[in-house]
Design a protein around this ligand. Structure first.
Ligand code: ATP
Length: 282
């Protein structure tokens, strides 16, 4: 049996630069991880089947599961003659903007790499992973990085300064394709990618907080005003910075002191049913 941990990601920045000829958006995003994890285990099978063992109301256990798709990609690419049983113990909220499905897919690629003794470098898995989704190249490493292109170019940054993170997911579903469709690239919303990179490399926590910015945030907020309310609530309760992650709806707030983080946690706990108090990992 092989075990892998799949941490949730948060966007410190997210910028969409232009729409490409292939229909995808050219993006630039600074991402890091938090200690909110799914746990996966992998077992060899004697047949060629892929079995996903997960008990969750909103996550499929068939070929639609991103871990299943990652296992299939690994079997086809490396011509494996045996399948795998994947057990997923899920803590990352679903459809939240925290890349839970991508983290599971990336963990599956790493897990099968070990299970079958393939010894492929992570760089190769990362390149392969873009076939399944934008966030998978990043999730293969789960460090702190700036991802560009469609998400496949991963450039590592330093570990960010240590901080508490309060994550709050309002009870609403957001479809990333709908948010991208509603995005108007002519609408100016400045994303501080350069400032964020510099702040991380200099270990400047306060500058990092100032640089948090996401081009999709005003789009998701205009469709779901609750997101803006949570963000304002976090800032009023003393968060040093707050931002919606990915296409939302999860909003996170950063704090240096535990007491400050607990105050933010208590303030949003009443209005959201999924609230977590975790640490930045990076
Ligand atoms: P991202 O931040 O990459 O846009 P997300 O956090 O918004 O992702 P996910 O939690 O990855 O969203 O789930 C998105 C969809 O993928 C859901 O409809 C879910 O049912 C489906 N899905 C498939 N496999 C998984 C998985 N292993 N874990 C979670 N969701 C999965």
């Amino acid at each position: 049996m092989i075990y892998e941990t799949a941490p949730a990601k948060i966007n410190l920045t997210l910028d969409t630069l232009f729409k490409r000829d292939d229909g995808y958006h050219e993006i630039a995003m600074v991402m890091t991880t938090v200690d909110l994890n799914d746990r996966l285990s992998f077992q060899k099978r004697n047949d060629k089947n892929i079995v996903v063992d997960i008990e969750h109301n909103y996550v499929p256990n068939d070929h639609k599961n991103l871990a299943y798709r990652a296992a299939k990609l690994m079997m086809e690419t490396y011509e494996l003659n045996h399948g795998v049983t994947i057990t997923i113990d899920k803590d990352i909220p679903v459809s939240a903007g925290l890349a839970g499905g991508s983290a599971d897919a990336a963990a599956t690629m790493r897990g099968m790499n070990r299970l079958y003794g393939l010894n492929r470098p992570l760089d190769e898995l990362s390149k392969l992973g873009i076939q399944i989704g934008t966030d998978i190249p990043f999730c293969i490493y789960s460090k702190t990085a700036i991802c560009t292109g469609r998400g496949e170019k991963v450039t590592f940054l330093n570990k960010p300064p240590s901080a508490w993170v309060v994550l709050a997911k309002p009870n609403l579903g957001i479809s990333s394709p709908d948010i991208f469709k509603a995005l108007n690239l002519n609408y100016a919303h400045h994303v501080h990618t350069k400032m964020c990179k510099e702040a991380i490399n200099e270990g400047d926590y306060h500058r990092l907080c100032q640089s948090l910015s996401n081009r999709l945030e005003p789009v998701s907020m205009s469709l779901h005003p609750e997101i803006e309310k949570i963000k304002n609530n976090m800032l009023q309760c003393g968060a040093d910075g707050a931002l919606m992650s990915g296409s939302g709806p999860t909003v996170y707030g950063l704090a240096q002191k535990e007491s400050q983080a607990k105050k933010i946690y208590n303030a949003v706990n009443g209005c959201c049913n999924e609230v977590y108090l975790v640490r930045l990992l990076g």
